[in-house]
Each structure stands twice: as structure tokens, then as C-alpha cells.
Design a protein around this ligand. Structure first.
Ligand SMILES: C[S@@+](CC[C@H](N)C(=O)[O-])C[C@H]1O[C@@H](n2cnc3c(N)ncnc32)[C@H](O)[C@@H]1O
Length: 218
């Protein structure tokens, strides 16, 4: 038994999905549609185990107000929306109508249209337009990596005490170890160093998929 996190090969990942994070038929369809429509970009979508974590986390903290930065075809949004309290709302930020048209279709089919508002445009402008009060219960950051610190600095002050900020791709495909060779990895490495010094939150980094940081607002 090792204390280091397991590296999952294809077979072990299948086992994990089968026993702990099985997508339902609609989620499965969203995954396969995304792969069919954008085979080169489909890996941007979060994994089923991340989706399960987002849903459970939203439920655990009784989230009513949530924000997502980077929506793509709507899988992570669906996961968050499903975990919200009944009257909860999720605000989604993305620049692409092409990707998010697919998202809208699946949200509709999942009966989540009432819970999700999508704003098309640069996420930083959308976030800056939000009221300053710390009302957000849960956020998920998963868009352009070079803006992560800027997104963080808009979201953290608007997050209520006990609320969570979840950040995707914090291992940058392993490239954080040689970050100077890659602009995105460099941005992620700078982000990781930045949030570690941020006393407004307590956090842990988990090796799920490409790495996620879970931060709780003090
Ligand atoms: C990694 S994907 C998001 C994946 C999504 N969370 C999921 O699980 O399916 C990143 C998304 O960020 C969007 N994006 C990139 N730059 C952006 C910006 N400046 N403002 C808003 N969205 C942006 C892209 O259009 C893309 O849909």
C-alpha cells in the first residue's frame, strides 16, 4: 500500500468509473456528442469523477449561488447545477456560442434550464459586473489559464465564508515541473504559488484528472 496517489491506467480508470462515478445516460450522451463534434478539443471536458465531486460538494455546502468560468459543452455546469439547492442558480461564463449551444440543449433535456444562466463574453468582464457582496457558495474555474489569477481575484472576495472555489488543470499535464517551456503551464505554476500565499482561503490540491485545487474561503 502506497501513500502516494495512484496513477490510473485505462483499466483502473474504467474500474473507478464503474464503481464510483458512472455517468448517467444523458451525461454519457453529452460526453460522446462532444467527442464526435470536437474530437480535438473534447479532452477539455472534465472527467466523470470530477463531475461527481462537483455535485457532491455543491450538495455538501447547500450551494444556492454558483459561478462557472469556462463552460464548453456544459458537462461541469450540469454537475454543479444538479447539486444546487432547489432554488439555487448557476451563472456560466464562456466566449463561445458554438460550444454552449450544445450545453443549452443538454441543460434543457436535463430539466436544468431554470437553474442555469449563461453569459457569453470574456469571463473577466462578466465577473467584474457581479455585485461585490460575498454571496457565492461555489465556483469552478476552468477557462483560459493565463487569466486564472485574475478570475481568482474577482471570485474570492465575492465568496461567502465557508464557500468553495474549485480550480481545474492545476498540474497542467505535468508541465508545472518545467513551466518555463509552456505559457499555460507557467501561468498555472504562478497561479499555484499565488493561491498558496492567499490567507483568505485554506486549500488542498488533489491529483484528480489534471489536478484540481479545492479552496475554502475563511
Ligand atoms: C476547458 S474548457 C471548459 C470545460 C468545461 N468546464 C467542461 O467540463 O465541459 C474552457 C472553456 O473556456 C472558454 N473560454 C476561453 N477563454 C475564455 C474567456 N476569456 N472568457 C470566457 N470563456 C473562455 C472556452 O470557450 C471553453 O469553452
Amino acid at each position: 500500500m502506497t501513500r502516494k496517489s495512484a496513477q490510473l491506467d485505462e483499466q483502473l480508470h474504467e474500474y473507478l468509473l464503474e464503481h464510483g462515478a458512472r455517468p448517467d445516460p444523458l451525461q454519457r450522451e453529452l460526453i460522446t456528442d462532444t467527442e464526435r463534434l470536437w474530437p480535438d478539443s473534447a479532452e477539455m471536458q472534465i472527467s466523470p469523477e470530477q463531475a461527481g465531486l462537483l455535485t457532491l460538494l455543491a450538495k455538501a455546502i447547500h450551494a444556492r449561488t454558483a459561478v462557472e468560468v469556462g463552460t464548453f459543452t456544459g458537462y461541469s455546469a450540469l454537475a454543479i447545477a444538479r447539486g444546487l439547492d432547489k432554488s439555487g442558480k448557476l451563472l456560466c461564463c464562456d466566449i463561445s456560442t458554438e460550444y454552449t449551444d450544445v450545453a443549452r440543449d443538454f441543460w434543457h433535456r436535463a430539466g436544468m434550464t431554470e437553474r442555469i444562466e449563461l453569459r457569453i463574453g470574456p469571463a473577466l468582464s462578466t465577473l467584474r459586473d457581479l455585485e461585490a457582496e460575498p454571496k457565492i457558495d461555489l465556483s469552478f474555474i476552468d477557462a483560459d489559464k493565463t487569466s486564472y489569477i485574475a478570475y481568482w481575484n474577482e471570485i474570492v472576495p465575492r465568496t461567502r465564508s465557508g464557500g468553495f472555489v474549485v480550480v481545474d488543470n492545476v498540474l497542467a499535464g505535468g508541465n508545472v515541473l518545467a513551466a518555463e517551456q509552456d505559457e499555460n503551464a507557467h501561468a498555472i505554476h504562478e497561479f499555484n504559488r499565488y493561491v498558496l500565499r492567499d490567507h483568505r482561503v485554506e486549500l488542498t490540491m488533489l491529483p484528480i484528472s489534471d489536478g484540481i485545487t479545492l479552496a475554502r474561503r475563511r
